[in-house]
Ligand binder design. Structure first.
Ligand SMILES: [Zn+2]
Length: 450
């Protein structure tokens, strides 16, 4: 048996512990059955996602294939017709005719490759074309049944459980706590403050002490059931979270609570204080902290100069919190070499390849191969689809498995490791490290006590 086929069989037969998705609750998808609702006007990806309520093929393109269609020249008006309007207004076939020229231009990318695999493996459609899209709509409607998340994750994507970062709430009270473990998002608590979230805590925040109490309430309420903390403030600012004392942050918060707006500098200083406060809470609750690093979703909005500094900006933060485990997501693409150095050097830094396999499959393979020759194998998590829709995880998981198989085989063929060494590593990369890092049992016990 050749190396690639024995490693391939092993990787094929091993279930991923998926460490990053944005899956909405299954019950919401069930509510969309039979619906053909237009999406309210949207100006960017997030409102588009929040307003979408159709189980149809464009939903599968929404994240992230649409980005590459736009990169290949699809216009805002065309995007509105395909994603905004109902099928009653523009039929499924007409929508495909709009998308097709851009699909032909972009179908080489990881985003589109992953989607094509999903069409093949989940919907048994060899290729997407005009007459297949209506069949996919019908198959999707049929697929969306109670329990279908588990079926797709287990039977089609080879995923045992997924970790969900809700994008429209701090934490989902999920129906399936043993399938969809939940991150506690601390963006609205620290870096993009949303004063309205104080309401469930029964606090009217006017001082920094009040806001600390709001943060404390969220940790008390969700912390025991959460699997990790999550923050994606890298989309709006640098990650240079230098400590800011409470006395310095207090007048800034008071002004904000008074309805005044803060300068960018003041708002970042307040964010610095609250971010560090949340990191202390993470240590108290023993929750790993997942941070977005590197590439941005969307198009025409990425300041590479800021992203380039992510790894360096984080060094003092990592050093200041030795009791916090930092999981740096998406390999910081396209600056992934720096993340190999970070994970090698800092005992509290881990790297997650979530999303990376579809951003750039070859770069992800290159990264993993080099990283496995420099960094303890215990410090990587290798799969997170990073999707809102469960269907698309299938194609991404396939690309990840192909990448892992290729990397492990190369390492054997080039004489670095024996086959049994790589199988042991494969086990770690796909699930063992996650089982070590995250307190699944503790979270589940808290859910059942709740
Ligand atoms: Zn994500």
């Amino acid at each position: 048996m050749s190396v690639i086929s024995s490693i391939g069989e092993f990787v094929e037969g091993t279930l991923f512990i998926d460490t990053h998705e944005h899956l909405i609750e299954e019950s919401r998808r069930l509510e969309w059955r039979g619906k053909d609702a237009p999406v309210p006007p949207f100006d960017s990806w997030m409102p588009l996602f929040l307003g979408y309520q159709r189980n149809d093929w464009p939903y599968l393109f929404l994240q992230y294939a649409l980005d590459d269609l736009l990169s290949a020249g699809m216009t805002a008006e065309e995007t509105h017709k395909v994603f905004g309007l109902s099928r009653n207004e523009v039929s499924s076939r007409q929508k495909w005719r709009i998308v097709e020229p851009y699909y032909e231009r972009a179908k080489n990318t990881g985003y589109l490759q992953a989607l094509r695999i999903t069409f093949r493996e989940l919907f048994e459609e060899e290729e997407v074309y005009e007459s297949s899209v209506e069949r996919v709509d019908q198959k999707m409607e049929k697929l969306v049944q109670k329990g279908y998340y588990k079926k797709i994750l287990h039977d089609h994507a080879g995923v045992e459980s997924a970790q969900v970062n809700a994008l429209d709430q701090i934490f989902y009270e999920t129906e399936y706590p043993d399938l969809l473990f939940q991150d506690l998002s601390f963006v609205a608590l620290s870096t993009e403050l949303d004063l309205a979230i104080a309401e469930p805590a029964g606090i009217e925040p006017s001082s920094i002490d009040d806001w600390h109490a709001v943060i404390d309430w969220h940790f008390e309420t969700y912390g025991p059931r959460a699997i990790a903390l999550k923050n994606q403030s890298a989309y709006v600012r640098r990650l240079n979270y230098v400590p800011v004392a409470k006395q310095e942050a207090a007048p800034l918060f008071a002004r904000l609570a008074n309805g005044q707006s803060l300068s960018v500098e003041d708002s970042e200083a307040l964010g610095n204080h609250l971010f560090n406060y949340c990191l202390d809470k993470a240590a108290e609750y023993k929750l790993p902290v997942k941070l977005h690093t590197g590439y941005y979703a969307g198009v025409n909005n990425m300041p590479l100069d800021r992203l380039r500094r992510n790894a360096g900006d984080l060094c003092p933060v990592i050093q200041a919190h030795p009791d916090v485990k930092f999981i740096l997501m998406h390999i910081g693409y396209p600056y992934q070499d720096e993340y190999i150095a970070l994970a090698k050097h800092y005992s509290n830094v881990y790297i997650d390849l979530c999303w990376a396999w579809i951003i750039n499959p070859a770069a992800s393979s290159r990264f993993l191969k080099e990283a496995l020759l420099a960094v303890p194998a215990s410090k990587f998590f290798t799969f997170g689809g990073d999707y809102i829709s469960v269907e698309t995880i299938v194609g991404h998981a396939r690309l990840a498995r192909e990448g892992i198989t290729r990397v492990l085989s190369d390492l054997v063929n080039e004489g670095y490791f024996s086959e049994s060494d790589t199988l042991e590593m494969g086990q770690r990369l796909m699930r063992g490290n996650a089982l070590e890092m995250f307190d699944f049992e503790g979270a589940l016990a808290a859910w059942s006590a709740d």
